[in-house]
Design a protein around this ligand. Structure first.
Ligand SMILES: NC(=O)c1ccc[n+]([C@@H]2O[C@H](COP(=O)([O-])OP(=O)(O)OC[C@H]3O[C@@H](n4cnc5c(N)ncnc54)[C@H](OP(=O)(O)O)[C@@H]3O)[C@@H](O)[C@H]2O)c1
Length: 275
């Protein structure tokens, strides 16, 4: 049970945008040292500048934040990047598996390549980075792995077969790992955002891999990422294992109906065209 983020080394994937950027800035404000990852190096530098701007003045720190750009979808690249990340400050106290890509295409119209790309980016990468980082946490008997899932990790939704599958896979993987790690002092926490105002729908992939390019109404009306980050870190610092955030009435109703009234759920979600 960790009291504070101060002096922790935190590696955040998907730190170039949206929730990941907001988590980085809020962690910097609370005194953490960061390793920031994503593909867009320029955007990662912007995140680092925001972290520096918001960091509590006078907070003693041994190191400047580090930037580690790479493509999570490529297995060899991400495994090498994980070794690099471990070497930067000699340890990782908290791993935040936040990067993700969504989907806006029916299963029949999603090419196998795009389906696999979404699974690799959202799920395969989380397994590989955890495999790399976990041993040093176990050795030090201290650490936290935070996985950013989704409301689509708790229920299915049209146009998101790969996305929802990848997020459900994360729950199975980390739920099992959490049970294996019981008593080890390594905390595994899952975060299930409902709707947050980010680029997730614009960056979502169509069936042929093209960018969807539209801000969905639910994201437009969603919570500000800064608010999401504040809530998430407060709950993580308090030791929460499962965190639902930006979980409005629609998200709560959807998850409830999917679990208890599947026929009503499927009729209602297909009538409303999905999430
Ligand atoms: N916004 C919501 O309403 C919502 C709801 C539920 C769950 N989530 C989850 O929240 C997480 C963050 O998403 P967001 O909403 O902040 O969306 P976003 O603004 O689109 O951010 C996605 C992040 O993932 C990174 N990323 C994507 N593909 C990558 C790849 N191949 N290699 C490395 N990095 C990659 C992006 O970095 P680069 O482009 O620089 O590579 C970006 O920083 C995701 O896991 C998403 O599924 C979001």
């Amino acid at each position: 049970m960790r009291q504070t983020l101060a002096d922790n080394v935190i590696w955040i994937t998907g730190a170039s945008s949206g929730i990941g950027r907001a988590l980085a800035v809020e962690a910097a404000r609370r005194g953490a040292t960061l390793i920031l990852s994503g593909r867009n190096e320029t955007a990662l530098h912007e995140t680092a500048a925001l972290c520096a701007e918001h960091r509590l003045s006078g907070a003693p720190r041994l190191h400047a934040d580090a930037i580690l750009p790479f493509d999570l979808a490529a297995p060899n690249v991400r495994r090498q990047a994980a070794q690099k990340a471990l070497g930067i400050f000699g340890r990782i106290d908290i791993l935040v598996l936040n990067a993700g890509v969504s989907q806006r295409a029916r299963f029949a119209e999603t090419s196998p390549k795009v389906f696999d790309l979404i699974m690799e980016t959202n799920f395969g990468s989380a397994v590989d980075l955890t495999r790399a980082v976990l041993p040093q946490m176990l050795e030090r008997r201290s650490g936290m792995i935070v996985c950013i899932s989704s409301v689509a990790g708790l229920m299915g939704a049209p146009l998101r077969t790969a996305y929802s599958a990848s997020k459900h896979a994360l729950m199975g993987f980390f739920g099992s790992l959490r049970a294996e790690l019981y008593g080890s002092d390594v905390q595994v926490s899952m975060v299930y955002p409902g709707f947050v105002h980010t680029m997730i729908s614009e960056n979502a992939l169509s069936g042929d891999g093209a960018r969807h390019g539209e801000l969905d109404p639910l994201q437009r009306a969603g919570q500000k990422p800064t608010e999401t980050a504040h809530i998430v870190w407060n709950k993580l610092e308090a030791g929460a294992l499962d965190i639902r955030v930006a979980f409005d009435f629609k998200a709560r109703l959807g998850v409830f109906l999917a679990r208890h009234f599947p026929k009503l759920f499927v009729r209602s979600i297909s009538r409303h065209g999905g999430l």
